[in-house]
Design a protein around this ligand. Structure first.
Ligand SMILES: Nc1ncnc2c1ncn2[C@@H]1O[C@H](COP(=O)(O)OP(=O)(O)OP(=O)(O)O)[C@@H](O)[C@H]1O
Length: 354
């Protein structure tokens, strides 16, 4: 590593990165470039978030392609590793140690003297709201406290690149507030913060910049509002559990506002499920028909209100567009990041209707 690279700006770059574990493809041809700021890495379980974080943290090497952190490969590269902080998803703490002992030891591993390491540990633990509990053994900590101890160790050496794998897992609203504040402070100070989660609202509270990953592929990259547009664009399902589901379906279809409905099915004898491209209109027409027809409704739900549905939709659609069928993990589906890059919104819309 050169002196120039050692002082280069904080960044993460992936160039055609794939990672296999035996026959399992955990990541497939991921390319991206991240500058300072907070980046939300969104993906359902098993989509490759942790694998990507581990590659960035230098804990493993890509099977193909290159990862560069601050301009250089992180694997077995102490100069780069010194600039990286990782809060792993796994809850692997030493229960017999106090948080202060643990975070001090982590700072010493980063090369600080015992005294400096301890001072830094006290500051990091205080920043994460553990000032009163730092001398207690972590075995007695709640989940949220354990999470904050892990976060404190990830920032104790003031890293330029902060990798946070599902950092809000098991935290209560107060802990979340503290954690999100610290993430903002680090990003404002010039760090690249990669924040993984499967919950869109967690990211929305922090940043506009989102990377969507599914089945190991980067399926979309853009601003939160662009992702929201995609959510609106993809077919939405509304399920109603009521006394006369077939009559309700007929009433909705007969109404002029029911024209956005693309399909109807009856998952059980008391349920009707409508597929629509215009969820707002469909919700209002259902409500109107329920009142006018005097239906008795037990529940009205959307089975795909979560991001999970969007991931499946994007992966399937990108697979169809690339002519590879729905199993994008085994095909060469084109990710959406190009379509979602600034100035390319029209391309995306055209592609969406193709
Ligand atoms: N060490 C490993 N050996 C074999 N397969 C692995 C290994 N690590 C991950 N995988 C597989 O790679 C894929 C991606 O896993 P990864 O843990 O990166 O996903 P994730 O998005 O972090 O999931 P989660 O949200 O559940 O943590 C999964 O199919 C997983 O089973």
């Amino acid at each position: 590593m050169t002196a120039a690279a050692a002082s280069s700006q904080a960044s993460i770059q992936a160039i055609g990165v794939s990672k296999w574990y035996g026959k399992v493809t955990a990541l497939q041809d991921v390319s991206l470039q991240l500058k300072p700021g907070v980046w939300g890495l969104l993906g359902p379980n098993g989509s490759g978030k942790t694998t990507f974080m581990r590659l960035c943290a230098g804990l493993s090497k890509p099977s193909l392609g290159q990862i560069r952190v601050c301009g250089d490969a992180p694997f077995a590269n102490p100069e780069v590793l010194r600039r990286i902080g990782l809060c792993p998803e796994a809850d692997a703490l030493y229960d017999e140690l106090t948080a202060l002992e643990f975070v001090t030891a982590m700072a010493e591993l980063s090369g600080y003297s015992r005294k400096d390491a301890r001072d830094r540990a006290v500051k990091a633990l205080t920043d994460f709201g553990l000032d009163k509990a730092m001398e207690r053994k972590m075995g007695g900590y709640s989940r949220g406290m354990r999470q904050r101890a892990k976060l404190a160790q990830s920032v104790v050496h003031d890293p330029d690149v902060l990798l946070l794998d599902e950092p809000l897992t098991g935290t209560d609203p107060t802990s979340r507030h503290v954690i999100l504040d610290q993430v903002r402070i680090r990003a404002n100070a010039g760090a690249v913060v990669l924040f993984s989660t499967h919950v869109l609202v967690e990211v929305e509270a922090l940043t506009e910049q989102v990377l969507l990953i599914a089945r190991g592929q980067l399926v979309a990259q853009g601003k939160v509002h662009e992702i929201r547009d995609l959510l609106e664009e993809h077919p939405h399902h509304v399920r109603v559990d009521c006394d006369r589901p077939r009559d309700l379906a007929a009433a909705v279809l007969a109404s002029p506002e029911g024209e956005g409905v693309l399909g109807i099915s009856f998952p059980s004898s008391t349920e009707v499920e409508l597929e629509t491209r215009k969820p707002d209109e469909t919700y209002s027409v259902i409500a109107k028909m329920i009142v006018e027809g005097g239906f008795t409704v037990r529940s009205l739900t959307s089975p795909d209100a979560s991001l999970e549905a969007l991931f499946h939709y994007l992966v399937e659609r990108s697979g169809r567009m690339a002519g590879t069928g729905s199993d994008a993990a085994s095909g060469s589906a084109k990710p959406y990041q190009a379509a979602l890059s600034p100035g390319a919104r029209d391309t995306k819309k055209k592609g969406a209707r193709a």
